[in-house]
Design a protein around this ligand. Structure first.
Ligand SMILES: Cc1cc2nc3c(=O)[nH]c(=O)nc-3n(C[C@H](O)[C@H](O)[C@H](O)COP(=O)(O)O)c2cc1C
Length: 278
């Protein structure tokens, strides 16, 4: 049985399980004093390289949000799991102007492109400036930020993905209980699942079918390279219509292939290529 849960303030943390990136955002106030606090409401916004941007959500009366509004700059630092207690220390509600980093093992270092410091112990860092600020009534202050630099521990940049995941050891935030106990996944088991498409596979999603396709015929179509899948689909549907079919069967698909001089071997070539990639 499924049951609907009540939506309360902070639903995203209280009831909806939302595994998140753990970050510590460093800012400067107007007097140049350092502030640091954890933030997890963060996501990519513009994925293209021309104007890469992130979207970050804040409590509007937080020191971090106020500093960002005042100075237009901040740094997103991702700590590894060994520093979770230090990250939690930066979450405490110290008075304005108190540098939380001084109460932790974190070391401030100069950033490349912005004035707020970066954190030495964080393997992954994004230096940001403000693009746009949206103040939702009685809710988050949303900052759309330009990414001025993505900075890593040097050896991580070209590391293969699995090795990199282990080396960075980033914790996964799993929300809190009553704003007191914060849950994290650390040293997690990593699994990898193959998409089974080439990088141009998205073109396959643009294919439009007019007829119903039998599952085996559809799977054979999926084994055709994405760039020519639309053309093959159209030709096959036309061929099926000419034969009075309302559904494309594998048999009809293979008949067309044979008539066009494409034997079973022709399809096998693609199947083999796919299997080799798997
Ligand atoms: C793991 C973790 C993630 C958090 N994520 C957010 C967040 O995304 N947005 C937010 O407004 N507060 C978040 N908080 C709460 C702030 O860190 C907390 O209110 C902090 O005291 C704000 O500090 P500041 O006033 O110096 O910015 C988070 C706290 C923790 C421990």
């Amino acid at each position: 049985m499924k049951k609907e849960a009540k939506i309360r303030p902070f639903w995203y943390s209280d009831v909806w399980l939302f595994p998140k990136l753990i970050t510590i955002i460093t800012t400067l106030d107007e007097q140049g004093r350092v502030n640091a606090a954890p933030y997890s409401h963060i996501m990519q916004y513009d994925v293209m390289a021309k104007n890469p941007r992130m979207i970050v959500g804040f409590r509007q009366d937080s020191h971090t949000f106020k500093n960002i509004c005042a100075t237009g700059e901040f740094v997103v630092n991702c700590p590894s799991a060994e520093y979770l207690d230090d990250m939690m220390e930066t979450a405490r509600f110290y008075p304005e102007g108190v540098n939380e980093l001084e109460r932790t093992r974190f070391t401030p270092i100069p950033s490349h492109k912005v004035k707020p410091p970066s954190i030495q112990e964080c393997p992954q860092i994004a230096e940001c400036t403000v693009d746009e600020i949206i103040r939702l009534p009685k809710s988050s202050g949303i900052v759309i930020a330009n990414i001025e630099a993505l900075v890593f521990d040097e050896e991580l940049i070209d590391m293969p993905r699995e090795e990199r995941i282990r080396a960075m050891n980033l914790p996964i935030g799993l929300g809190d209980e009553s704003r007191m106990d914060y849950f994290h996944a650390v040293n997690y088991e990593i699994t990898s699942h193959r998409l089974g498409e080439t990088p141009d596979g998205f073109k396959g999603g643009e294919v439009k079918l007019d007829l119903t396709w039998a599952e085996d015929a559809l799977q054979t179509l999926m084994s055709i390279p994405p760039g020519v899948r639309q053309m093959v689909a159209e030709q096959t549907e036309n061929f099926a219509r000419e034969h009075g079919d309302t559904e494309v069967s594998l048999q009809r698909f293979q008949q067309l292939a044979e008539e066009a001089g494409m034997s079973e071997d022709f399809f096998d070539r693609f199947r083999e290529r796919k299997a080799r990639r798997a």
